[in-house]
Design a protein around this ligand. Structure first.
Ligand SMILES: Nc1ncnc2c1ncn2[C@@H]1O[C@H](COP(=O)(O)OP(=O)(O)OP(=O)(O)O)[C@@H](O)[C@H]1O
Ligand SMILES: [Mg+2]
Length: 236
């Protein structure tokens, strides 16, 4: 059984359909990538998995349970948490206040000090800056805060949307190192990235999304060697 799987998933906004017949799966404990260019539908796919965009047809199964009809907070309760592009943080709240918001469910609240310990162990910078306004953080630190906030709900699966977006190369490497660390703490990761090289280095398998459809899937090695991926995404 897969931790997450989608079968024949279609969705969109109003009358415009964005995703067509999407089927994919994520094994427990791994990092799976989704790559695709601007407007391919990557964010829409994550939002559909989180219940923020309703599925028009198809099914989504998480931990053996159908979730496509559940509301976003019920999906978070099941252990699926999404980190939006840019981290989804509140700039006029402190780092600590932002983290606490991530633990809004009653049982998360009970184990808040353990969750904070884990986040501060992974991101010591956040501990140093815990009383600082989140809006004063650097781009990389904001990304860390976004991930930390996602971890506060003790997720089984984290959906991370373009963590490298807007970051200098040095910071990108650091954020990706952090993501690998998180994986070691039994959190499965579905990683959306436009930075295809980094994504394939991190993930064991990946899917290529183009114009709302999955056009290719394979192990990262297979995709790195695939002519279409090399030409269209790696520029080689
Ligand atoms: N709220 C919305 N209402 C209507 N259309 C939308 C909405 N959000 C996205 N779209 C459309 O859906 C399509 C897919 O957008 P989406 O944001 O999922 O792409 P993406 O792959 O995440 O792109 P990017 O790499 O730029 O983040 C685009 O054509 C976009 O214009
Ligand atoms: Mg996007």
């Amino acid at each position: 059984m897969y931790l997450l799987s989608a079968d024949g998933l279609s969705c969109g906004y109003g009358h415009s359909q964005v995703l067509w017949d999407i089927s994919f799966h994520v094994e427990e404990g791994g990092i799976v990538g989704i790559i695709g260019s601007n407007g391919a539908g990557k964010t829409t796919l994550l939002r559909t998995l989180s219940g923020l965009v309703p599925a028009q047809s198809g099914k989504i199964e998480f931990s053996g349970e159908r979730i496509e009809h559940l509301s976003p907070h019920k999906i978070v309760e099941r252990g699926l948490s999404q980190i939006p592009e840019g981290g989804g943080i509140f700039p006029y709240m402190t780092v600590l206040e932002n983290l606490k918001l991530g633990a809004f469910l009653p049982w998360n609240w009970k184990r808040i000090s353990q969750s904070l310990d884990l986040v501060f162990e992974l991101f010591s910078t956040l501990e140093d800056r815990k009383n600082q306004m989140a809006g004063t953080l650097s781009g990389g630190e904001r990304q860390m805060l976004g991930i930390g906030k996602g971890l506060m709900s003790s997720p089984k699966l984290l959906l991370i949307d373009e963590p490298s977006s807007g970051l200098a190369p040095k910071l990108v490497l650091r954020v990706f190192d952090n993501i690998k660390e998180i994986q070691k703490h039994n959190v499965t990761i579905l990683l959306v990235e436009q930075n295809v090289q980094y994504c394939l280095n991190m993930a064991s398998r990946a899917y290529v999304l183009e114009n709302g459809r999955i056009v290719l899937e394979g192990t990262s090695e297979e995709l790195i060697g695939h002519e279409h991926v090399r030409k269209a995404y790696l520029g080689i």
